[in-house]
Design a protein around this ligand. Structure first.
Ligand code: ADP
Ligand code: NI
Length: 206
């Protein structure tokens, strides 16, 4: 199979695997991450662009938040897919990316200095920042029926605004590549501006 056909097969496989996620984790998230990863790799020249494409496409193929106890079975599906499509050679690298890309996964394993992981992680994190990141956060909060914000501290712990402090504002300093850092800077400032405006509107209602 040539590379274009392999990419098409991977696209089909991934479209199906993300169909059960919330719309912030949908096919368009995958597409954005793929483009961002491609752009980072273009400047950093760390990896074969084909491998970056496949890794970006597959990065959310197993998400324990959505697959829960079926994750092991899911990993097997991913391995079967790669094996069947003569991608056996990069199977371990792709599994490694899926296992380690997530911000919330605390059980990281293997080589965490893998340049491929650096690229995909940066791309995935960029898509959680800026205007898109804000949109995704409130979309996810709505999907979970979380509150937007509460002036009562104990309640606010479960709000989407609180997610900015638990994750979104930390991402800038977690970027791996120089290109990722540069791209993150603008998105970070935008989130800060958003919060500033949010609080000024809240104050008016107090
Ligand atoms: P990762 O794949 O890095 O673990 P997540 O799957 O946790 O990231 O998050 C995916 C998207 O959903 C991100 O845009 C993230 O900010 C958003 N998200 C995750 N948890 C929450 C939450 N509790 N409230 C609002 N948004 C969230
Ligand atoms: Ni992702």
């Amino acid at each position: 199979m040539n590379k274009d056909t392999l990419i098409k097969e991977a696209e089909k496989f991934v479209r199906l695997s993300v169909s059960r996620y919330d719309s912030g984790h949908d096919w368009w998230h995958i597409t954005r991450v793929r483009k961002l990863a491609g752009r980072i790799n273009e400047t950093e020249k760390l990896e074969d662009p084909f491998i970056v494409d496949i890794a970006a496409l597959m990065h959310d193929a197993v998400d324990s938040k959505f697959y829960g106890e079926n994750s092991e079975h899911r990993y097997k599906n991913v391995r079967d897919f790669l094996g069947k499509n003569s991608l056996g050679e990069i199977e371990e690298r792709i599994i490694h990316i899926i296992k380690n890309v997530s911000f919330s996964n605390k059980l990281k394993t293997g080589d965490l200095r893998d340049p491929l992981l650096f690229i995909i992680q940066d791309a995935d994190r960029l898509d959680a920042m800026g205007a898109i990141g804000i949109a995704r956060a409130f979309n996810y909060g709505g999907f979970r029926n979380n509150i937007i914000y509460s002036p009562v501290e104990a309640e606010n712990k479960h709000s989407t605004i609180n997610h900015f402090y638990e994750k979104l504002l930390l991402l800038r300093s977690m970027m791996n590549t120089l290109t990722g850092k540069e791209m993150a800077a603008e998105r970070h400032l935008f989130m800060e501006a958003f919060l500033k405006q949010f609080y000024s509107e809240i104050r008016l209602s107090e």
